[in-house]
Design a protein around this ligand. Structure first.
Ligand code: ADP
Ligand code: ASP
Ligand code: MG
Length: 412
């Protein structure tokens, strides 16, 4: 039997009417001969509400308890979804992450999937049932409930598609595909027909919230065709797939903005072997995810080191550097909380020049100051003041003509 995984995000299952609409789409796939596995998110803004409930009782809630709480959002959706399907005359069964042995590590609130037990799902599909799985959650080796980080249901879906050998993983959401930039911020963004895994991974990792970054990693690693599309319209969306030579003709494919970032700098660290290792060992132990590390030698004896973390990791990161400060003989620690990163991404950058010049020029003309710059082979990111970030994204998008389709841009 050919299997398809369909993932429905929060807004696509926000109320009974939307669940029914999603269920009708599922039934269509069943009628086309597919075994269907649905992955569903918590309804509407429920995850945000649960977080607010927790913070009202405890400003610093234990992460294990957070996962225990947040996983209930998805658990409600899947049973409601199964009930809707039953009412429409189709056999369905819902599972939590734990029930399908979605095993993760123990990093509560940002756990990583280690393995998935596909047998239970296959058994139900063979019986002719539609299987509904709660996204975003798993269990660790001690049976504690874990969650995969905000937006993590995409990762559940793509990982399941890989484990089940599905034909395709469809991501149903409130936009009709992946755009050159977040259409809520750059109003004239253009929809893409396709995008390479590598570009989507950079876009997702640097703020394009339409896909959870880990889901793209899974897709690339296990060759899962991902189709991002609208849950309310019958249009073709965007295919995330392997790179083909024609994609290199487009120099910049997309631009992103990442807010809620903070930069931590250690000024005047002793410039001796092992100090960077010590600092990052502390951060790793505190389970802090670190980006954009910059180390510069300021004299033969001293070096400055800075890195960027997300707002949610800031407290843990501060604590970690405070404990190592004296050991590395650091003169001063500075923290900037109000930064955002604006990035341009494109595999064409590997073979074309002038991208940096154009990006910096557009920011300069708009009087946006660049705090720091980092690059990968296919990305340039500039840290800017958070309150200038949206303006920065818009001017960068205009400079690279991201209101036009990639075909139009590769011709010009
Ligand atoms: P879901 O609840 O379905 O997972 P999300 O809110 O996580 O939906 O993701 C969809 C949102 O991602 C869109 O509404 C859009 O504002 C945002 N987004 C950010 N960057 C992009 C982009 N490049 N293309 C499309 N959507 C984007
Ligand atoms: N419900 C979770 C969140 O809001 C997971 C998801 O939607 O993918 O982040
Ligand atoms: Mg999402």
């Amino acid at each position: 039997m050919k299997i398809i995984v369909q993932k429905y995000g929060g807004t696509s299952v926000a109320d009974a009417q939307k669940i029914r609409r999603a269920a009708r789409r599922v039934i269509k796939a069943v009628e086309n001969g597919f075994g269907v596995v649905v992955v569903a998110s918590a309804r509407g803004k429920q995850t945000d509400q649960l977080i607010a409930d927790a913070l009202e009782l405890n400003p610093n809630p234990p992460k294990r308890e957070m996962d225990q709480l947040l996983s209930t959002g998805e658990q409600q959706t899947v049973s409601l979804f199964a009930m809707a399907l039953e009412a429409m005359g189709h056999d369905a069964i819902s599972f939590t992450g734990g029930q399908i042995r979605m095993l993760t590590d123990s990093s509560h609130t940002k756990a990583r999937i280690k393995s998935i037990g596909a047998e239970r799902i296959h058994k139900q599909l063979d019986k002719g049932k539609i299987v509904i799985v709660a996204g975003f959650q798993g269990i660790d080796k001690d049976e504690n409930i874990t969650t995969l980080g905000r937006g993590g249901s995409d990762t559940t879906a793509v990982a399941l598609a890989a484990a089940l050998g599905a034909e395709e993983c469809e991501i149903y959401t409130d936009v009709d595909g992946v755009y050159t930039a977040d259409p809520r911020i750059f109003k004239n963004a253009a929809k893409m027909d396709e995008i390479s895994y590598n570009e989507m991974l950079e876009m997702a990792s640097f703020g394009a919230g339409v896909m959870h970054p880990r889901s793209v990693e899974f897709g690339k690693k296990y060759d899962v065709k991902i189709h991002v599309r609208s849950s309310s319209e019958e249009t073709e969306g965007t295919i995330i797939t392997h790179e083909v030579p024609r994609m290199e003709g487009v120099i910049v494919s997309g631009a992103t903005i990442q807010k809620d970032m903070a930069k931590i700098g250690l000024v005047g660290v002793d410039n001796i072997p092992g100090n960077a290792a010590k600092i990052f060992a502390h951060l790793a132990r505190a389970k802090v995810i670190v980006d954009d590390i910059i180390q510069t030698e300021v004299s033969p004896e001293k070096a400055n080191l800075s890195f960027v973390v997300s707002g949610s990791d800031l407290n843990a990161a501060k604590k970690a550097v405070e404990t190592i400060k004296d050991e590395v003989n650091c003169d001063r620690i500075f923290v900037r909380e109000d930064i955002a990163e604006v990035s341009v991404i494109g595999i064409g950058m590997r073979t074309h020049y002038g991208v940096a010049e154009k990006m910096f020029g557009a920011l300069a003309e708009a009087k946006v100051n660049i705090d720091s710059i980092t690059t990968s082979e296919i990305r340039i990111s500039c840290a800017v003041d958070e309150d200038q970030a949206e303006k920065a994204l818009n001017v960068v998008c205009a400079a690279f003509e991201l209101d036009k389709s990639s075909q139009q841009r590769s011709k010009s």
